[in-house]
Each structure stands twice: as C-alpha cells, then as structure tokens.
Design a protein around this ligand. Structure first.
Ligand code: CDP
Length: 773
C-alpha cells in the first residue's frame, strides 16, 4: 500500500520551511566526544534539592527516590499488592514455562546461551528464576547496553518481587548501577548494570567475587563493551584467568534477541576446549515451543533446551508476535521527517484507539524537529479528535523524561514515541501498534583519514529493520511503515557490523590493559578487530602517555581507566589535576558531555535578543572557556535557574544534566585522590590568565590529536593528519584567525568543521607533541 498524504491541516511546507531554518545543520555527522558521558543520569539527591528551590514537582514516585531504612507497613502493603497483581502477567510470559530448564541448565553447566525475542521475558524473569538456586549465594549481575533499560528493569523487577529498589534499605533486594549512580547495596541480590559499570567493577575486582552469576543481556547489540565483557568472562569460566577470591564457579548466562547462537557457543566452547567440563553430553533438540504462546496450566517438558558441546547449554524461547503488515514507500524520500509527520496524522485520523505510534529516528535533532512539528499540528486538531501526546526517547534525555514512556496513556489520547534505536530492543514500550521506521541510525565509525570516531547517519541493517518492525506486534496485530522502498530494503546489510570492527579501540585497549591483559592481540574476541586498528589504538594511548613504549599501562593510564570517560577526556582530567585547575576542567567536561548547552537561535530577531545576554558568557579564548563561564554562572544562580536559562538561550534540560555529571565527576576524582579534599568546590572566581592557560593546556594534552595550525594561506590544518578544517559557525571563534586551535568535535556537512574550539599557543602544541613522541 503506497503512503498517501494524510488529512493534515495547514501547510506542511510552511512548517517544514521553519524546521529547515531551525535544523539547518542537516544530516551532519559528529565526532562523538563525550559519548560515554552523554548517558549521564539525573542524580536524584541533587534534583531533590533543586526542586525544593524551584518548587518543581517531582517526576517520579517518592518510593524510588530515597529508600527508607525501615519500610512503613503502608508501603510494604502496597509492594506486596503490586507484586501479587503482577504475577499473572509474569506467568503469561513466553519464558515462564522454561524456568525449570533454565535452572537445570545452570545446575549442570556454567554457561547458558539463551535466545528469545524481545519481550519474551528474558531480562525481567531469568534473574528471578536463578535467585533461589543453591549455588546462588551472592548477587546476580545483569548487564544492559543502556542506562534507561538498566533503571527501568530494576524498577520493574523490584515491583515484581515486592521489593524496594536502591541502596539504603535492607529490604531492597534489587538495585542498579549506571554511570554516575550506584543504587545498590550489600543486600542487593539482583543488580542491573550498564556494561561500562560491570567493566569498571571487573577492573577493581578481577574475579568479580561479589557475584554468583553474571547475565549478559542484549548481546546482539554487540557494543565494544559487551565484547570485552564476553572476553573477560570467557577467561574467568575457562580458568585461564586466575580467579583469586572466587570459591564457587561463576555462572554465566548470555542472552540475546537475535544473536548467532552458534558463534556464542563456539566462542565459549572453543575457548574452554582444554578445560574439564561435563562435555560430550550433547542433546540437540530444536523444537520451537509454539505452545509457549498459550501457556498451559502445567508446563510440558521443555524441548527447547539443549546441552551442547563442552558443557554449554543453549535455550531458545519463542516470542509472542502478532502479524505486522509492512508498508513501503513507493518512491524513496529525502525528507523522512515530513513523511513521518504525514503518516502519524494519517494513522491518528483513520485508526481507532488504542494503538500508540513508535517512530524510529536518527537522533536528538531529528526527534526534536518532529516533536515540534507534531505538536504544532496537533494544536490545530478539532476538539472531537483524540489528543496526541509526543514522548521523545534518546540516550541524552534526563532519566525522569525517559521514564515517561512507561506511564499509561491517558484516556482519549494516542502516544507518539519518537525514539532512536534505543527502542529497538533495549526498551519495551507498551501499547505500540504502529511503527514508523526511517531506516537509518547514527552509528559510530572510525574515520581512518582523521584518526577519529565520527557519528554517521547510515542505513540500518535488515536485522535491525526486522527488530523495529516487531515492536508493532507485541500486543495485537500491527503495522510498520518503512520510510524507504522495498527495493531499497534489499540493499540493506544483513546484520549490523559489530562496533568493535568499526570504532576507535583506544578505550577498549585501555580497559584491557588496566585488567592486566598484556597481549591484546591475542585476547579472545568474538570478532577479532583488524591488527592495524589495535595498533593504531595502542599508538593513540602512547600519545596520551597512558601506556609506555613497551605497551605496559602507565600510572596515568591506570587513573584514566578508572574514570568513566574516553581516554581523551580522562587524560584531560589527569593533566588538570597536575595543573591545579581540575575543578574548572570538570565543569568544562561536564558541559561537553551533554548535547547542546546553547539553544539553536532560529530567527534574526532571536539572535539579536541573545547577543547581549549570551555575549556576557562569551570568552575570547574560545568555546571551552565560554562553557566554563556558563556552567559557573548557572551554578551561582540561586533564585530562578530556569529564567536565567531562558534569558541566556541556554537549555535548562542540558544544564541540569551538566550539574549532575559535574557532581558525580567531582566525587569520582575525589575517590581517585585527584582533587584535594580540602578544595571547596562551590567557590568559583573569574580565572586569571595563568589559570586560563593551565585549563587550555590541560585540554590540549588530551585533545592533541584534535589540533590544527593556521597556515600562511589562512586555512587551518590538523597537526596530525594534515587535514583542512574550518571553525564551525556555532563557535565563538568563527571567522577568527589564531595561531593554533584545539577542538573537541568534528562535524561534516559538505566540509570538515571543527566545533567546540579554543585558541591555543603554537609552542604549547609543539611541547605536547614532543612529550608524546
Ligand atoms: O528481556 P526481554 O526483552 O525478553 O523481555 P523483558 O524485558 O523481560 O520484558 C517482559 C515484559 O515485562 C514486557 O513485555 C513488559 O510487559 C514487562 N516490562 C515492563 O512492564 N516494564 C519494564 N521496564 C520491563 C518489562
């Protein structure tokens, strides 16, 4: 069925024209500088204080904020009721009949590979199935690629168990740990962690002795972190790695929606060939248990369980999937935002409720553009048409805003969730019957010529498209609108290339080195990256002095590895500590770690309006000092921060995020003894020239690969790579000619732009280069 224009009031072109101005940067690709940090979470404690000042209403139930030491009986009654109410739902999940086999599998073997469609109940149920096992004396860790999934799963499992979530109450059996927020404690029995956090724990305690089991979830996403975790775990279970501190064997469950089971089994089995196992006992029965769709009162013997080679069990759980009709575009489109807009209203006008819409877009820019368009049009809808509620969902969104997607749809309302691929497998959004798939996503890719990772907008793979489509058929038959042609689909790659094969590996190698892996070339990789990529990353670490000439980790490298930051930013922090400007550098890094502190100025009028107030913040040294001033002024503002943001055309949402990251980074630096405990973090003064230079030199130490010198022809050329770059129009240094610049971001729109730019002295650059050779 071709897509035709829907019943949309007003002129699309009108709004579209406006959007192009707002979003004039188009399909840009960005070097993702603080990717790690962008996931920063909204810290509950700090938010609470701020709320008291600004009288904002809390956005989530108080139950989850600070868990009380003793639970009042009223709350405990509520928890028990909720637990009992949820039980029938749990029992109807496709995974429920497999509980016994899963337990049995791990009794017999230490490794289980479990596959099952998204929504079949893997993440919520498997840890609960294992909790009462004899071997499970300690905690169960379960990893998630994304922060939002880790937190929402912890909440859900907490509810299902009738338990509080968090760190303080002895009654809280469920916890989570995500970057900048560890909500778990000594009594936590099930702990949801982001992959990065488990890696950090693995550095601190190589045998991860606090866990009886580690469940690695969403393996099909194949992040670099998950590949590292699998390598480390395979070293532990195979006994290749000395696991002092472990008395019992570690149980490992690897779970995935689409993964290549055989590859995973071979990975664990192949690596444990020389080890003693109860292997050889291979039962291979591959019946897809269709009965799981209508769960019988008494579960039949589970035929989906296999005991495969070398003592590794595999289990397949069939998901619940209603038919989903696929609708392609008859012609390819360049403007999928406009097309998505049309389809949203077409569905809204023609299809009865209930039935929410999930739109897959590439990133924050596209989401915010479409959100504004939908809201603009929805305002003009007749009163008798049900309401539309737009809900954005992307990684940089503060946590409380992400959680809004889980709240029930109000009466006579249709939700439109505008998401990145975060909703592909990580997060199950209830109520969705319609999926609109733009067919693209932003992926990180190493650009050889630049020696940098860039975020590029690329077509998704067929397997990603199938996942997206599947989101429409969880609760009833659905429809998937693909914003590309059927012919176009044929050219999609079968699978998404694992991140480890396309990204800068310096972070991964630093982590390996910090865990004592000397020979990174022979590390057990599920997919081995090319040798050149590994060598290039080692070179980058050498440039940052994180490793020595003999590729051993240095003291600097050890500190960098303990920070939840890219090696570049980690190096900046370590340098700043020696130059006595860490407090300020933390402010800058916090601001670099969120997307867009400054709002895009749409009209000339707005630009004029902003000139005066924003001008107060601008610093001639460049964007980093400007960010510092912005963070400090915001922090000093006590009366009305929201109004301050409005006056300065600064994003309040982003700034709240910045303040959280800042707080957490300060704590972490303190723990690493990088900040003298005596320093008072609340005092900020206008920095002297010497202090400013110290800040810029610290930034330069980390960003040495991102520097450019002014050439006689007045162009800037990168010091490493000799590539021409221009200062981006958004920079306070746009149009300025200084002897040398450092920049924190690369942007491509036709040509190479440097974004986030500071002026530096040429001889500083020279000194750092000499130092790092
Ligand atoms: O891991 P998998 O995708 O197989 O499923 P799951 O995350 O365990 O989710 C199973 C079911 O639990 C979902 O279909 C939802 O009904 C429910 N759930 C929820 O309501 N809220 C969450 N945060 C997570 C799951």
């Amino acid at each position: 069925t071709p897509v035709t224009g829907g019943t949309v009031h007003g002129s699309l072109e009108q709004v579209h024209g406006k959007r192009n101005q707002q979003d004039g940067r188009g399909n840009q690709s960005t070097f993702d500088i603080g990717e790690a940090l962008r996931e920063a979470k909204v810290d509950i404690g700090d938010q609470h204080q701020k709320r008291q000042r600004t009288n904002e209403t809390p956005s989530k139930p108080a139950l989850y904020q600070h868990t009380p030491k003793a639970i009042p009986s009223r709350i405990s009654g509520h928890l028990v009721k909720r637990r009992d109410d949820l039980l029938p739902q749990r029992k109807s999940l496709p995974i429920w009949p497999h509980a016994d086999s899963i337990r049995q599998a791990l009794k017999n073997n230490n490794v289980l590979v479990l596959t099952g469609e998204t929504g079949s109940g893997k993440s919520t149920q498997v840890p609960q199935f294992l909790l009462s096992e004899n071997w499970c004396k300690k905690c169960i860790a379960i990893t998630q690629p994304r922060r939002v999934a880790a937190i929402s799963l912890a909440r859900r499992v907490g509810e299902e168990m009738g338990s509080l979530v968090g760190s303080q109450s002895p009654a809280a059996k469920v916890g989570y740990s995500v970057r900048f927020d560890n909500s778990s404690g000594p009594n936590t029995k099930i702990k949801f962690l982001t992959e990065g956090m488990l890696l950090q724990e693995m550095l601190r305690d190589p045998s991860i002795s606090q866990y009886s089991a580690v469940i690695v979830d969403e393996v099909h996403e194949r992040s670099v972190n998950v590949d590292l975790i699998l390598g480390f775990l395979s070293n532990i279970v195979s006994g290749r790695e000395q696991s002092q501190g472990r008395k019992d064997p570690l149980k490992v469950v690897v779970m995935s929606a689409t993964a290549d089971v055989e590859a995973l089994v071979d990975f664990f089995a192949g690596e444990s060939k020389n080890e003693e196992t109860d292997g050889g006992n291979i039962k291979t029965i591959t019946t897809k248990d269709k009965k799981a769709l209508n769960v019988p009162a008494k579960s039949p013997p589970d035929q989906s369980l296999h005991l495969s080679k070398h003592g590794i069990s595999t289990c397949f759980v069939e998901g619940r999937q209603y038919p989903v009709k696929t609708i392609y575009l008859p012609e390819p489109t360049q403007d999928w935002i406009e097309t998505a807009l049309k389809i949203i209203f077409q569905i809204h006008y023609k299809e009865p409720l209930p039935g929410d819409i999930l739109v897959f877009l590439t990133g924050q820019d596209a989401i915010e553009s479409l959100e504004k368009l939908v809201n603009d049009y929805a305002e003009g809808m007749d009163k008798d048409v049900p309401k539309l509620l737009t809900l954005p969902l992307f990684a940089a969104l503060p946590q409380h805003a992400q959680q809004r997607i889980f709240t029930p749809t109000p009466p006579r309302t249709r939700k439109v969730i505008l998401a990145t691929n975060i909703a592909e497998t990580s997060v199950t959004v209830p109520g969705v019957r319609y999926v609109i798939d733009c067919g693209k996503s932003k992926i990180k890719q190493f650009r050889n010529r630049l020696g940098l990772d860039s975020l590029l907008v690329k077509p998704i793979s067929k397997s990603a498209a199938i996942q997206r489509k599947g989101r429409a058929g969880r609760e009833a038959a659905g429809r998937c609108y693909r914003l590309y042609t059927e012919e176009g689909y044929k050219y999609f790659e079968e699978r998404t290339v694992p991140e480890i094969l396309r990204c800068d590996l310096s972070h991964a190698i630093l982590t390996m080195k910090a865990r004592g892996v000397d020979d990174v070339l022979n590390f057990p990789f599920l997919d081995r990256p090319p040798r050149e990529a590994l060598e290039k990353a080692l070179l980058q670490l050498l440039t940052l002095n994180a490793v020595t000439e003999t590729s051993a980790i240095s003291e600097t490298g050890t500190k960098m590895a303990k920070l939840p930051l890219t090696p570049t930013l980690g190096r900046v922090i370590v340098e700043a500590a020696t130059r006595d400007c860490l407090i300020d550098v933390i402010d800058i890094i916090s601001a670099l770690s969120v997307e867009n502190v400054f709002l895009n100025l749409v009209t000339e009028e707005k630009k004029e309006e902003a000139a005066a107030t924003r001008g107060e913040l601008y610093k001639r040294e460049g964007d980093h000092m400007t960010l510092l001033t912005t963070v400090q002024r915001f922090a000093e503002e006590v009366s009305d921060r929201k109004a301050w943001c409005e006056r300065h055309f600064v994003s309040h949402r982003a700034m709240r995020n910045v303040m959280d990251i800042r707080k957490q980074l300060r704590q972490q630096c303190n723990q690493l003894s990088l900040v003298p405990l005596s320093s008072d973090p609340t005092v900020s003064t206008t920095p002297s020239e010497a202090h400013t230079n110290a800040i810029l030199q610290s930034l330069l130490r980390g960003f040495i690969s991102n520097t450019a010198r002014l050439m006689p022809d007045k162009s800037y050329r990168t010091v490493m790579g000799n590539q021409t770059v221009s200062i981006h129009p958004s920079s306070v240094l746009f149009g300025k000619k200084v002897e040398a610049i450092l920049f924190s971001e690369f942007v491509f729109t036709g040509k190479a732009w440097a974004r986030g730019v500071s002026a530096v002295q040429s001889d500083w650059v020279q000194t750092v280069i000499q130092e790092s050779m």
